[in-house]
Every structure is written in C-alpha cells, then in structure tokens.
Design a protein around this ligand. Structure first.
Ligand code: CUK
Ligand code: CUA
Length: 661
C-alpha cells in the first residue's frame, strides 16, 4: 500500500496535470488536488480495491479527460470494410463520430433516401452496379507546406479503387471518385505537401478498365497505375479532368507516400508480386502467398509527379476511359519512373519528416531499409541502373540504400517523433520498435527498444506523424487482434487501438480501446485546435453537399404541397417540436419529392426524419435542407416522425401521410 501511495504521488508529479490549489478558502466546487496535500485517501482505497498497479494509475491520469474538457488531438481512423471513417479523441480514446463515407448510415441520414448523399454515393458506382460498401484504408488530412491544415480529409476504398473527400467544416463526405482504369487500389490516400494532388496506387493488377483478358496474358495485358487526383481547394473537389495516371507494371503496388521538403515533387510506392504470380491453386500452382514471395527483392517505385504533370500538360498521354494516362515508355523516356530493389514483399514506405529518407519495411525481412533521396538522385544522374522486363530503370541497390536496421519480425509501418526517432510496427512480434534516424551516418540508425502490444499490430499513427513537424507525445497502435483484452462479444471481436505514451522510456501502452465498428488500417492524428468545425450551417436552407443555399430552402410560412398531375412536391420545415406540414395527402401512384428545411439556428438542435415503410432516414442539421423522393405505390396510412429526441415534446413531432387508393 505504501508503495502504491508513493508511486501514485510520483505519478501525479510527473504528469503535471494537477495544479496546486490555495487550500485556504472553502469553495463549493471541487478543486484539483495539490501535491502538497497528497491524494485523497479515498483514491488510494479505490486503487487498492480495484487492484490497480502504479502503472495503471499513471495511465489513468494521463488519459482521463473530465466531463466538459476536450481532448488534445483528433484521430481520424479508417473503418476498414465498414467503409467509414472514425473520429476519436486523444488521449481519452473516446469515439466522437463515425463519419459515413462509402457505406450508407442511418443516423447521419447518409445514402438512405437523402438525394444529396445518394448522389455522392452514386458517383462512386461501378458501371451499373450501385456500390454501397467499401474498404477504407488510409485517411490523409489535407496539408499546407507539409503540415496538416485541418480543412479536408481523404480516404480510399481499396475494394473498388475509389477516393472520397470529407469536409472538416461539417465532417461530411462531399465527393467520391472512381478510378476508371483499375478495380482496386491501396497506396491511397496520401497528399502532396500542399494538397495539389491525392496519390492513389493500384493494388491488384487488371487490364486497364478491368476488361476481360485471360490470366495467361497477365504480363502482356495486366497493369497497375499510379493516379494523381487533382484537388481544388476552392471547390473542395477532386477534378477528374485535371487528374492523370502513370502506367506501371503488373506488380502489385502497395503503400505509397509523397515526398516533402527535399523530396517534394516525388512520390514513392512499394510493390510486391514482382514475381507476377497468377494463382491457380486448384490447377496445381503454388498458392498466391507462396508465388508472390519467391524473390528476395521487389521494387520501390520512385516517381516524379511534378514532371509527370508537365508531361501531361505537354500532351504526352493517352486518354483511357476518360483518364489521361502516361504510358510506361513515355514515363521512362521522360524520367518520371524509376525502381529501386527493396526486400522482401514490403508493406510500408514512409518518408522522414525532413523528406531526405524513405523507410521501407519488408514484411518478410527483419530489417527496415532506409533509402537516401540524395543517393537516389545521384544514381539517376549516373544512370546507375539495369532495366526490368518492362524497360523501367532499376537503380543499383547499394547506390541508393543508406542503412538497414534489424528490428524484428514482420515490420510494417513507420512513424516519426519530434526528436529524430522512428517507430515501426512489428506484426509478427506484436511489438513497437523505437529506433533512431541517423541522417547520412549509417551507424546512426540504431534500435533503441521494443514494446509489446496486444496483438498483431498493423499501422501506427503518431501525433502529426506524417507532417514535416511531428509532435511526438502520442502514438496509437492499430492492432488487428484483441483476443483476451475485452469482455467477450462472440466470434467477431473488436480490434484493439492502443494509445502509447511516447514521453517515457521505454514508451508505454496507456490505454486499450476496443474498436467494434470496423478494422482500422491507418489513422492520422491532428492537433485539435487546427480544426474549426461549424456548429450550424451558414444560412437556413443550406445544401450541405454543394455548400450553398439550397434552391429548395423553405422558411417558416413558406411550407406548401404542390401538385402537378401525379407529381407532388412537398416543402417542409422542422423546428422544435413540429414538422410542417403534419398532414400529407397523396394518391396511390404519385411521385413525391419532399424537401425539409431545419429552420433551427441553435447549436445541437438536430431533427431526424424517418418515414415508415419507405426506407428513408434523414438527419436534418440546424440550417440544412434535405430532400428525398419516392413513389407512393402502396396505399395506406403512414406515420413520419422526428428521430432525434430534440425536445420534451419530441414524440409529438410527427405527421401522417395518407395514400389514397
Ligand atoms: S494496410 Cu492494413 S495494416 Cu491497407 Cu496500409 Cu498495413
Ligand atoms: Cu425534432 Cu425530435
């Protein structure tokens, strides 16, 4: 007990969370405890009764955010195959929001009737197939001069090669674009340092446009692309007509990262399956997992996107399915595309904050390999290369490699802190490795420590970790398996997002957060004060997607039902605690377009809307105008109502819709 007390006191002193209070005056509100006064003995009793160790108490003090206080950081974590993007506060690790992106979501009224968000989703349809799911992997916050600016966040859908744009003014998805030439992506999204472009690399090669070609023609016909999606900040949209792709061989491209500072203008993507295995395990061929892992080296793709943009402007492209594509021979001729050997079936490539080095983790190699951008440039100038079988220059490995550090088994992803350290996830070791960056001194790259995590760590996200000026302080380990960490909930378990305190030596896990909404692949963590979200829309009658006054805005007193033959248009308002009109009379077979404006201007005065029997769920946030349409094909008496418990008389906020036979 005595030991717990002393360590507890030490913990209190170390955290610096507590301020001394006067202690003289009696005040009715609870005051923070002071170090001098010691902790309330009740706290020690609680700690003892709950069996908390000094480490537990320290972790609790570092992560607890009292009611009414806010977190220091936002973590934007991909929701994997839930298709969404999850917003989490750090250090509390409380979920703030699950932003609907690729998958309809009823609470936000996303893609369940609402015409605005249905149109966003429909823009990501693949041919005639309405895609209503996705596999969201890598969120990327918009950057200005290589620092997160808090304005936009982008995320990819691996399953259908799409990219989404989310507006951080209202935390809503505004656009989805589909790459017309590939069916899956992975090296996406990563932004260039001023968010001119959003990078997207293919994962699984197909013929361009994923048209049919027998697998025996893999090498001739199958291809990948690296697409540079042009982002227009003014419009807040990706402009497909100003975007372009670079054709690459049918190696499976994996993760990418954008160069910065010294390496600005360049980008880097890993690849695996340079073996060009094509499966066929029922035909007696090796499994993909074996076929894809035969070679000791794969190829780091090094591309000059600034040059590529100039080459496209000069007209040296082919338009394929509406996308401007630089073909491989042009890319080689113009000095846009180079390879460097990389060991072995790598996964992550991460550019150091100074932009001078690229860290590659070969998941079947216990090392990380560090490349020097200066050496890469030198090797290019020296033409120190051989050609791969597609004629792409492969730079000499020893000429471009700066150092290798043995970290452990299954290295995947790397992040950085403010003090020149790097952190790499070790999937097979279930550990986080901390090591030093050595600049141009190969001996300066040294493993410092390894910290166990629970379990099977994938990506890691450090505070401001992908910027030119990382914060250190916190890192979140996005662990694939939770196994025994939480109360059992059946065979599908949550994953485990572990918050790690980078300020101690060794670094320490200080919070386990069950992620029961989706698989977090990657996440980015941004200082909370960089975001300036709105509380209500700028004007009553706002179209949240177009970000302008809606032509269907309806103010109080303007509510009406217009009939033109079988076409009925309803202009409604919602305000605590009524919907107007509260009675809608239709005839069977009417086509109905219904606009609802939330005329509230009060913070948090959201109304929802559901219409029984019609598959409509809306969220009408203060000031917003939302529209839906349907055919009244089934006669009957229906009820519609507000779904947000908005006031004491919320249950009365309803209406009848009568469809006459
Ligand atoms: S990935 Cu999932 S752990 Cu898509 Cu970046 Cu590495
Ligand atoms: Cu509006 Cu309940």
């Amino acid at each position: 007990m005595r030991r717990i007390i002393s360590v507890l006191l030490l913990a209190v002193m170390l955290t610096g969370l507590l301020t001394a209070c006067g202690g003289e005056e009696e005040t009715p509100t609870p005051q923070p405890v002071s170090v001098e006064s010691g902790l309330p003995s009740a706290a020690l009793e609680i700690a003892a009764a709950r069996g908390l160790t000094p480490d537990d108490i320290n972790a609790a003090l570092k992560t607890y955010v009292p009611s009414g206080k806010w977190d220091d950081y936002y973590l934007f974590a991909s929701g994997g195959h839930s298709g969404n993007l999850i917003v989490i506060g750090v250090p509390s690790m409380r979920i703030l929001k699950n932003i609907a992106v690729f998958t309809p979501e009823a609470w936000q009224g996303y893609g369940i009737g609402d015409l605005g968000t249905e149109a966003v989703l429909d823009a990501g349809n693949v041919g005639d197939v309405k895609i209503r799911m996705g596999d969201a992997h890598h969120p990327a916050l918009s950057e200005t001069n290589g620092d997160y600016d808090g304005q936009w966040v982008f995320i990819n859908d691996k399953a259908s090669a799409r990219v989404a744009v989310i507006d951080l003014r209202d935390f809503r998805t505004k656009q989805i674009v589909k790459d017309p030439n590939v069916i899956s992506n992975h090296g996406s999204t990563m932004v260039t340092p001023n968010t001119d472009y959003i990078i997207q690399g293919t994962q699984y090669a197909t013929p361009l446009g994923w048209e049919y070609a027998p697998i025996s023609e893999y090498k001739e016909k199958y291809r990948g692309v690296i697409t540079l999606w042009k982002f227009d900040r003014e419009q807040g949209r990706i402009i497909p007509e100003e975007s372009f792709s670079i054709e690459v061989p049918p190696y499976w491209q994996d993760l990418c990262d954008a160069g910065k500072l010294d390496s600005d203008g360049w980008g880097f993507c890993n690849s695996f399956n340079t073996e060009m295995a094509t499966g066929g395990n029922m035909e007696g061929n090796p499994q993909f997992e074996a076929g894809v892992s035969q070679r000791d080296m794969d190829y780091l793709h090094i591309f000059n996107w600034k040059k590529a943009a100039e080459v496209v402007e000069a007209g040296k492209f082919e338009e394929i399915n509406g996308m401007r594509v630089i073909r491989m021979p042009t890319a080689v001729e113009e000095g846009i595309l180079y390879f460097a050997p990389e060991p072995k079936s790598p996964h992550g490539v991460d550019v150091t904050p100074d932009g001078k080095y690229m860290v590659v983790a070969g998941k079947l190699d216990p090392h990380v390999t560090i490349y020097s951008f200066a050496k890469i440039q030198q090797a290019i100038a020296d033409k120190n290369w051989t050609l791969d079988e597609f004629g792409i220059p492969v730079l000499d490995f020893d000429a471009v490699m700066m150092a290798q550090v043995e970290l452990g088994l299954g290295p995947l992803h790397t992040q950085f802190d403010a003090d020149g350290n790097a952190y790499t996830s070790l999937f097979l070791d279930s550990a986080l490795a901390k090591w030093t960056l050595g600049g141009d001194d190969p001996a300066g790259y040294q493993l410092l420590e390894k910290t166990p995590v629970q379990y099977n760590i994938g990506h890691i996200a450090a505070a401001e970790g992908d910027t030119v000026s990382p914060d250190g302080q916190y890192l979140v380990a996005l662990n694939k398996w939770a196994v025994d960490r939480f109360l059992p909930v059946g065979p599908l378990l949550p994953q485990n997002e572990q918050l790690i305190d980078l300020t101690t030596t060794p670094v320490k896990v200080i919070y386990d957060m069950p992620m029961g909404i989706g698989e977090p692949h990657y996440a980015q963590m941004i200082k909370a004060d960089k975001l300036k979200p709105i509380n209500v829309y700028p004007e009553v009658g706002w179209d949240a997607i177009a970000w302008e006054k809606s032509e269907h805005a309806t103010l109080s007193g303007e509510e009406r039902i217009e009939r033109d033959g079988n076409n009925v248009t309803i202009y409604s308002t919602s305000i605590r605690s009524h919907l107007t009109p509260d009675r809608v009379e239709l005839k069977k077979g009417d086509h109905v377009v219904w606009h609802i404006t939330n005329i509230e201007t009060a913070h948090d005065a959201v109304h929802g809307f559901q219409l029984g029997g019609q598959n409509v769920s809306l969220s009408i946030e203060p000031g917003a105008t939302v529209s839906f349409e349907f055919d009244a094909n089934a006669d009957g008496s229906y009820a519609y109502y507000c779904t947000e418990f908005c006031s004491a008389l919320h249950l009365e906020m309803m209406g009848y819709m009568l469809v006459e036979p």
